[in-house]
Design a protein around this ligand. Sequence first.
Ligand SMILES: Cc1cc2nc3c(=O)[nH]c(=O)nc-3n(C[C@H](O)[C@H](O)[C@H](O)COP(=O)(O)OP(=O)(O)OC[C@H]3O[C@@H](n4cnc5c(N)ncnc54)[C@H](O)[C@@H]3O)c2cc1C
Length: 349
Amino acid sequence: MAKRGFEESLGKYIVPSLCMGCAACVAVCPVGCLEYVDGKPILSGECISCGICSSVCPKYGSPAKEMEKAFFGRERKMDEEFGIYRRVTIARTRNGDIQRFCQDGGVVTSLLLYAFEEGIIDGAIVSGRNEESPLKAYPKLAESAEEIIRSAGTRYTYSPNILLLKDAVARGKRSIGFVGTPCQIQAIRKIQAASLRRYGGIVNFTIGIFCSGCFSYNGLVNELIRKKMGINPEDVEKVNIKGELIVKTLNEGTKTISLKEAKKYLSGCVSSCMDFSAELADISAGGLGLEGWTLTILRSEKGEALFDGAVSKGLLEAKSVSKDSGLWKMLVRLSRRKRRRFMKNITHF
Ligand SMILES: Cc1cc2nc3c(=O)[nH]c(=O)nc-3n(C[C@H](O)[C@H](O)[C@H](O)COP(=O)(O)OP(=O)(O)OC[C@H]3O[C@@H](n4cnc5c(N)ncnc54)[C@H](O)[C@@H]3O)c2cc1C
């Protein structure tokens, strides 16, 4: 197939409609002619039509079946509605420092910490915590145990973590853990499938976090928290979603707002993605209404070994989840809902 430049492929067909803002094209462009502006790629230099940007775009010809075969050695079975898995568990951390910062059960951070301390990885690409604007998500290359722990917790705005692949390479990282939303995990897999070893080769494992959608920063902070809920954003201690949007404040206790109301402030990427549970990750993690536990899907052999290692080290405690449990059904329901929303959206183009 003829190689197309950015404008003839992504610029024309994907960016105006289906782009999720994962930033993979920007991260791997060999001549740096793309910039990430307001959550989307734009052409800002001279494109050499190498076709690399479209080869890593999760929305540009990515047959799910081929990706599954490439990364799990098989296609999903009919009843694997939330993607291929080996085991489904709920787990929580036993590490007190992680408990202080984490969003749910602290599984994501515990796995990264375990991998770092065991020498499996020499860094992790996550989303950092910024003390000045704690609700703002921004990509972070964590290079120490302390930085991994301080990055725990969820920021419900978009964090283009993939942009840091270049930095990780530049800083000489050889093996990193990558945390990201489902769209970013799809993009990492495409980078690996495209044999871009420089970037894909340093990602040792991926942890995907469940996602029903990200808020725009202005929507979440100014429109929703400040105006609708009457909370000074500086007083926010933690935001969580458990059937409703819950804002824990430093001085005024906890305030909530219905998801129906909150969803008005979601950013556009939500209608371009049909993956709720990061179906191509080694491990997927979500809160799913649980208090203090993380629903954890172990998908690949590598993911399962990592999780079992952290459990045997005493860093995590875990319980299995059965197919007839309410949690399992919820996972199936939310996966179907996100797919349905996507299908409805594309029929409107
Ligand atoms: C935008 C968004 C929407 C979500 N929607 C749902 C949902 O609908 N249902 C559900 O069950 N779970 C959802 N989650 C996942 C949930 O909030 C937790 O991340 C998950 O349960 C893991 O919890 P934990 O305590 O194990 O993670 P922790 O140990 O607290 O670690 C969380 C990790 O996520 C990283 N991170 C934080 N914010 C972002 C971000 N914006 N983008 C990428 N990485 C980030 C952190 O750096 C950290 O490495 C969502 C997460 C995000 C970021």
